[in-house]
Design a protein around this ligand. Structure first.
Ligand code: ADP
Ligand code: MG
Length: 542
């Protein structure tokens, strides 16, 4: 009898598997496509992207991480590159395009080594060695900065806003960003970016943007019988409802006669009145409640001349606490005078159709609001992103106290120094370190290309300047000539560069080490990021 051989399936039905060079090639291609997509937005003269989502909403932006998030990329290794942008955004708040473009170039150059039969593990090792050397070079070339260096801080904010829609009001906005950061900085160095609220209002011009010493929330006062403005506000922050919980009542009350209903309602009213009195007896004249406030309580609050708002978000409550020095209280019985915060003014203001509550003129606020104005929604949104970058960069500069000039200068310096370092190595890792060094040049090269200039001449001039020890030689994007980026005030926090290099290298190594992609059926493995026709791979670099 012939024994039947059962085929063995270790993967579920419909699973797709790509192995070895094929897996590497597809992964690298996906990563390069992502990099190529954002590459044209890099720098001063970078172009914008218009992204239309499935609902038809439009985003016009130059911001790397925004583009990648809005694109809804599905390919798994392309997603890994998007993660690089997100990490960069979280860690610094700027430099997202730089990080992604670097990652793409590292993988592109790795692919050439793979074609020459260099083992991916060797490339990965070489990249790690080069990355750690790069960190050393960057730290060595960086300059020190303190919070007293106002001019440099404004230059950092301006550099961050470069190429974004904020260009024409750059000076006003940069000054606001620096003021905001300095106001909330602890010990003149540590800045929690959450303490700077960036709010946008359509209407007016960008120059009308302002720094509010306090917090603006999109909630209106609960009754028109309440005062619209409170001066010398004493603010109670309450994170429980000023209502009687219905469930408590359900359990306890049984009404048998009509007059009991009235008694019950009176009882409820008295309880609410007592709650309001508990609050006002502390001297509070403004109440910000995180939960609901009963209509009867609103009535009593209004009668006492209190400005009250309900359903304030938890994050706003925390910011208001920081701005006014108030303590958030849960149990009304515990509320005391000491828990109240102070603000020069609490005011309800109508902007457009909506009413907002301004808690402002706080003394020494540790949380502030940047109020962005602009003619249209698209303008304010792009300025909001530019301001986020500016705030992030100034904060990052203060935090580490180290900055570099930009305009491609650090990347050319890295390329040059890493090539020297590669010469000191032997074996195949040398090739990988060289590839890493060459990859750094993609940043200045892209800045030149995006300015519509010829990269070959400019790159040659840049390399020459750096080999003559001009470490801040960068690109003048208007003339294509070499300039001293430091003297021209193109300044960025060191952290942008160190983080970009670190996460680009990390993801490149991670992608390189994958030689087997197993996708169960129904996963999106086979979907590549969609690209406009003609924007193929051929023009990545030259
Ligand atoms: P990212 O998302 O990486 O921050 P950007 O579009 O903000 O991308 O571009 C940042 C790059 O532009 C940096 O390399 C920076 O040095 C460069 N850059 C900014 N301002 C200037 C300028 N005035 N001249 C030349 N390069 C500039
Ligand atoms: Mg930037």
């Amino acid at each position: 009898m012939v024994q039947q051989v059962q085929p063995i399936f270790i993967l579920p039905e419909g699973a797709q598997r790509t192995i070895g060079r094929d897996a590497q090639r597809t992964n690298i291609m996906a990563a390069k496509l992502v990099a190529e997509t954002v590459r044209t937005t890099l720098g001063h003269k970078g172009m914008d992207k218009m992204i239309v989502d499935s609902l038809g909403d439009i985003t016009v932006t130059n911001d790397g991480v925004t583009i990648l998030e809005e694109m809804n990329i599905e390919h798994p290794s392309a997603k890994m590159i998007v993660e690089v942008a997100k990490t960069q955004e979280e860690e610094v708040g700027d430099g997202t395009t730089t990080a992604v473009v670097l990652a793409g170039e590292l993988l592109k150059n790795a692919e050439e080594l793979l074609d020459q039969d260099v083992h991916p593990a060797v490339i990965a090792r070489g990249y790690r060695i080069a990355e750690s050397k790069a960190q050393g070079i960057l730290n060595q070339m960086a300059e020190k900065i303190t919070s007293n260096n106002e001019e440099a801080l404004v230059q950092i904010a301006q550099t961050a806003m470069t190429g974004k829609g904020a260009e024409y009001a750059k000076e006003t906005l940069a000054t606001l960003a620096v003021k905001a950061v300095k106001m909330v900085a602890e010990d003149n160095s540590y800045v929690d970016r959450d303490n700077i609220k960036i709010e946008k209002r359509t209407g007016g011009s960008v120059e009308d943007s302002e720094l509010i010493k306090g917090i603006v929330i999109d909630k209106e006062r609960l009754s028109s019988n309440m005062p619209r403005v409170i001066k010398n506000a004493r603010i109670a922050l309450i994170d429980r409802e000023i209502e009687i919980k219905k469930t408590e009542i359900d359990a306890n009350i049984e009404i048998k006669a009509p007059e009991q209903i009235q008694a019950f309602l009176d009882q409820e009213e008295n309880m609410l009145k007592a709650m309001v009195e508990q609050i006002t007896s502390t001297g509070a004249n403004a109440v910000l409640c995180q939960k609901g406030v009963d209509d009867i309580a609103i009535h009593f609050l209004a009668k006492k001349g209190v400005y009250a708002v309900r359903r304030v978000t938890e994050s706003d409550m925390k910011k208001i606490a920081k701005a006014t020095g108030a303590k958030i209280v849960t149990n009304l019985k515990d509320l005391s005078k000491e828990d109240l915060g102070a603000a020069g003014t609490v005011e309800g203001r109508k902007v457009g159709d909506e009413e907002f509550t301004y808690i402002m003129d706080c003394k020494n606020p540790k949380a502030v609001t940047l109020l962005i104005r602009g003619g249209t929604e698209h303008v304010t949104s792009e300025i909001e992103r530019a301001m986020t970058d500016a705030v992030g960069d100034v904060a990052a500069a203060l935090k580490t106290g180290m900055v570099v000039a930009g305009a491609g200068a650090p990347e050319i310096e890295l390329a040059l120094e890493l090539k020297k370092f590669a010469d000191s190595l032997s074996g195949r890792e040398q090739l990988a370190v060289q590839a890493f060094a060459n990859s750094m040049e993609i940043i200045p090269k892209t800045l030149v290309e995006n300015a519509g200039l010829d990269p070959i001449d400019t790159m040659t001039m840049l390399r020459a300047a750096h080999s003559k020890k001009q470490k801040w030689a960068g690109i003048d994007v208007f003339t294509g000539k070499v300039m001293d980026a430091w003297k021209r005030g193109v300044i960025e926090p060191l952290k942008i560069k160190t983080q970009a290099v670190a996460s680009a290298a990390e993801v490149a190594v991670m992608v390189l080490r994958i030689d087997d992609v197993i996708a169960s059926s129904g996963s999106k493995e086979d979907k590549m990021p969609r690209m406009p026709q003609g924007a193929g791979m051929g023009d990545m670099g030259y």
